[in-house]
Design a protein around this ligand. Structure first.
Ligand code: UDP
Length: 474
């Protein structure tokens, strides 16, 4: 059955503002690369296909990258595959398997294989008429990998971009590779975020390494002054209302008016010192560990409040597990020591308007004295780059792409064993106890993101890859 893929409306944005982030020479190279690729594309379209329009890092990046590429003269579009709960339940499991985690067993059974094949066949059929044989197709993550053979047969140049991976793949992860390999091997190129993530069995000549990046000018990362930050957090109901409570605020063109669902319901004091983690409700982000580590090792030593912030539930289309994880976190909260419990807050952010959500995340990250990302596994960890760009000291696990971002002791603090709650707590406490050192970590963090993890670098690497594929196209 053909399925109706969601078409995300295509906006364009000028790339001129990016000039302010680059030295003139680097800007010249960037602009030339973008123009050359746009010329090479002629009347071809670049199609990005992923599995959710919001929630998670891939959607986050496509939301800014596509408008910039269009602004640079390329016809770039975004499609989102459709699938039922069995499909997304399986792909969520596949995601965990690729991280080496097999909570429900590592076998991929016949029903799952069939579900995966049928759902993707329906999606491929739905767009086969629209996507032209000479177009470029960029498939994101395991959910879409099974589309690669279709579009190769269709005559497209196909890139499969994998945003996840593990530092030391175990047999579970390798089993998931084996399932995906026949699909992925069909692609003309594969892209991984780090060299360590590249699978065995792939043609190394066709592999590119492109670390993710953030957009400095997106609502998530744009500069906000202290007053705006406080106003955003009051209006959405996270910080206690000041004397003149307003129902609504405009940040540029973005209205902030929706309420964050706080658990427990009481707002935080306006002057609270914040420890913040922003993540989807996902076990790999270890919300239970953050809460326990904070309650046992931070709360007794410093007066900080912890906010675990994530999306309002049932909003991330490809993640059927999030409600369950949130319930586990709420249950555990009830078992924290009473004194610590008052300082641990869960914030479910409004997701109806992606830009409003982004401004709230921006304000939370800027308002935090320390941002944490205590993930057990992490493909890259955009939240880390986002916090670093805001000059925040970050305490994060030494896993996945987080290690590429933070140099321990220089541009943030890394916890060697992500399960070590005492080490996590001690690192957070150390940030609160030495504000001079914390400021230095934050300042260096910002410089590091400026050098390595901003939009132009990622866009240029991808444009170069597309350019190479076009050289070989007929
Ligand atoms: N995010 C958000 N609202 C939330 C939770 C997460 O906007 O309630 C964003 C977060 O700011 C980041 C992205 O979702 O930009 C998550 O990307 P990351 O690479 O950190 O993790 P992923 O979710 O892809 O595993």
């Amino acid at each position: 059955m053909p399925r109706e893929l969601a078409r995300v409306p295509a906006r364009s944005a000028s790339i001129e503002p990016l000039h302010s982030l680059l030295e003139d020479a680097a800007w010249d190279v960037f602009i030339r690369t973008m123009r050359d690729t746009a010329t090479q594309l002629k009347n071809r379209t670049i199609w990005n296909i992923n599995s959710t329009v919001r929630g998670g890092g891939v959607a986050e990046m496509l939301a800014w990258q596509i408008p910039y590429e269009r602004g640079a003269g390329m016809d770039v579009r975004w499609l989102v595959i459709q699938g039922g709960t069995p499909f997304f339940t399986f792909t969520k499991r596949l995601h965990a398997l690729l991280h080496g985690i097999a909570a429900d067993g590592s076998m991929i059974n016949d029903a799952e294989r069939k579900e995966y094949a049928q759902t993707l066949a329906g999606n491929a059929e739905a767009v086969a008429r629209e996507i032209q044989p000479r177009d470029i197709v960029i498939l994101h993550d395991p959910q879409t990998a099974g589309l690669a053979p279709y579009f190769v047969r269709h005559g497209c140049r196909v890139i499969w971009r994998c945003h996840i991976g593990v530092d030391q793949p175990n047999e579970v992860a390798k089993g998931a590779w084996r399932f995906l390999l026949p699909h992925v091997a069909a692609a003309h190129a594969t892209v991984f975020s780090r060299r360590a993530y590249v699978w065995e069995g792939l043609d190394q000549q066709r592999v590119d390494i492109i670390p993710p990046a953030i957009d400095a000018f997106a609502p998530k990362n744009e500069e906000l002054n202290g007053e705006t930050v406080a106003a955003v957090l009051r209006i959405t109901g996270i910080l206690a209302d000041g004397p003149a409570g307003q129902p609504r605020l405009k940040v540029g063109a973005i209205a902030v008016e929706r309420t964050t669902d706080l658990f427990p319901a009481a707002r935080l004091p306006e002057d609270a010192r914040l420890t913040v983690q922003v993540s989807r409700w996902d076990r790999l982000k270890d919300p239970l560990g953050v809460m326990e580590g904070f309650a046992q090792f931070v709360a007794p030593r410093v007066d900080s409040h912890l906010i675990l912030a994530g999306p309002g539930v049932s909003t991330v289309a490809d993640d059927p597990e999030e409600a369950e994880v949130l319930r586990e976190v709420e249950d555990r909260w009830h078992h924290l020591a009473p004194a610590a419990r008052d300082r641990v807050h869960l914030a479910r952010l409004p997701m109806d308007d992606a830009q409003e959500n982004a401004i709230i995340v921006n304000a939370l990250q800027r308002r935090a004295q320390v941002v944490v990302q205590k993930s057990l596994g992490e493909g890259f960890g955009l939240t880390v780059a986002e916090a670093m760009w805001k000059g925040r000291p970050v305490v994060a696990s030494r896993v996945g792409g987080i290690q590429d971002q933070i140099e321990h002791g220089k541009s943030g603090l890394l916890i060697d064993d992500p399960h070590d709650l005492a080490a996590f707590g001690a690192a957070v406490v150390s940030v609160f106890s030495d504000t001079g050192a914390a400021d230095r970590l934050g300042a260096e963090a910002k410089r590091r993101v400026q050098r390595q993890f901003l939009a132009p670098r990622q866009m240029m690497q991808q444009a170069q890859l597309v350019g190479r594929l076009l050289q070989h196209a007929t």
